[in-house]
Every structure is written in C-alpha cells, then in structure tokens.
Design a binder for this molecule. Structure first.
Ligand code: ADP
Ligand code: MG
Length: 227
C-alpha cells in the first residue's frame, strides 16, 4: 500500500515536471511564431532587426532546454558499461571548447592517470559533465579559468569542476537542482536537476562549495563500480 502511494506520488511529480517543461518550450515557440508573423506582414518594418533578435533569442532558449535536458540522455537506453572516465571528460570538454573560447574561458584538465575505468552509462555521465561545465562557463561572463580534476580515492573517483565565477549566495545553495530554479535570463533550471538525478542513479554524491564573486566548485564522487 505504502509503496504504491509512493509510486503514485512519483508519477504525479513526473507529470508536473513534464507539464512544466512543455510550458517552458511552448512559451518561446508562441513568441517566435508571433514575431515571425509580424515580419511576414511587413518586410520594411523598422523593428525587423529587433524582432529577428527576439526570435534568435527564443530559439536559443529552446535549444538550451533540449541540450540540458535530453540531448545525450535518451530515456530508453540505460547502458552500464566499463568506460574510461578520462576519455568521457575529454570528449565533453571538446564539445564545449568553442563555447569556452567565445567566453574567454580557459579549461584546464588535471588527472594523474590516463585511464580511470568506471562502470557507467556513458551518455548520461556526459550529460552531467556537459551541464556542470557549461554552468561554470556561464558563471564567468568576463572570462576566467575552469579546472576539471580527476582523482581516485580507493573505490571512488573524485571529479571536481571549479570555476572562478560569480558564485552562489549561501541561501541559494539548497535550491540547486530544484526544477526550474534559475538565475539566468535565458536559463531553464533543468540542467542540475537532471545531473543530480543521474549522479544519484550511479550511486554517486555531489557537494557544492561556493563563495560569491570568488567561484564555485562542484565535487562529484562516483564509485568505480556503481552497481
Ligand atoms: P540554468 O543553467 O538553466 O540556469 P541549472 O540547473 O543548470 O539551470 O542551474 C541552476 C542555477 O544554479 C543557475 O541558474 C545558477 O544560478 C546556479 N548555478 C549553477 N552552477 C553555477 C556555477 N558554476 N556558478 C554560479 N551559479 C551556478
Ligand atoms: Mg545550466
């Protein structure tokens, strides 16, 4: 009985989340449609550039939701395999290289062995590092350094992702990972929620340290054999 109730709670939560995500996507789509219709009506409209900018902005917003939420982690293919975490991280960093350069952010990799084997769902872990490193880049609007470090401690791998960005005020730390918690103009607040869930599914843990205007470190601990 209790188990069932619990399950229903969870289903309700998933339903609410899906509705929230649909809402987040529908808003920018509606706005883009409206502005595109204006542009179609009058091609000499002096506000043309402004409307086009709004459309591009909204496309970016939808793109971010898809990227944070579901690009790499397809709901169905949960695949646990032995993988090299160093390669996983290098791959994610290469995906973000352009983004980093554009924002004058330099990403530094630090690890003391080339092969760190981990049993994991590779695509989901990539999603985690993508989201957290992307947040680090976004936290440094005027550029800076981002360090990704990997160390093995007994049966755990410690991955730290450290930025020198805006930081997070103490009273906001416990909001991290809440669906739709965002402080960004074009944010959606889905990235950390998804990431924390994936880490939990790998029996891992996350600790966040942050000082406003100094920077933030995400400490992720993953067992080398998660199951
Ligand atoms: P989004 O990036 O769309 O805002 P996330 O779930 O990825 O959503 O992050 C939620 C919020 O957590 C961000 O809006 C930001 O306020 C805070 N945050 C996450 N990572 C960092 C970081 N490295 N530095 C400062 N704030 C961060
Ligand atoms: Mg994010």
């Amino acid at each position: 009985q209790e188990e069932l109730l619990h399950r229903q709670d969870k289903l309700a939560a998933v339903g609410q989340l899906a509705a929230g995500v649909a809402h987040e996507i529908r808003n920018p789509l509606t706005s883009m449609k409206g502005y595109a219709e204006f542009l179609q009506l009058d091609e000499k409209d002096p506000e043309r550039i402004e409307f086009l900018n709004i459309i591009l902005d909204e496309i970016e917003r939808v793109n971010n939701i898809v990227e944070d939420f579901m690009v790499l982690a397809k709901p169905k293919d949960v695949e646990l395999e032995e993988k090299n975490l160093v390669s996983i991280i290098k791959n994610v960093v290469s995906l973000l290289e352009f983004e980093a350069r554009k924002n004058h952010v330099c990403i530094h990799l630090d690890y003391d062995q080339d092969i760190i084997q981990i049993i994991c769902d590779e695509n989901r872990l990539k999603q985690v590092f993508l989201n957290i490193i992307k947040n680090g880049i976004e936290a440094m609007p005027s550029g800076g350094d981002l360090h990704v470090r990997m160390r093995i401690h007994e049966n755990n791998i410690h991955i730290s992702i450290q930025d020198t960005g805006v930081g997070i005020p103490k009273d906001k730390l416990n909001k991290l990972g809440d669906p739709f918690f965002t402080t960004k103009k074009n944010g959606n607040g889905l990235g950390l929620m998804v990431s924390f869930k994936i880490i939990e599914n790998h029996n891992g843990k996350v600790f966040v340290e942050s000082k406003p205007n100094k920077g933030t470190t995400f400490n992720i601990f993953l067992p080398t054999r998660s199951t």
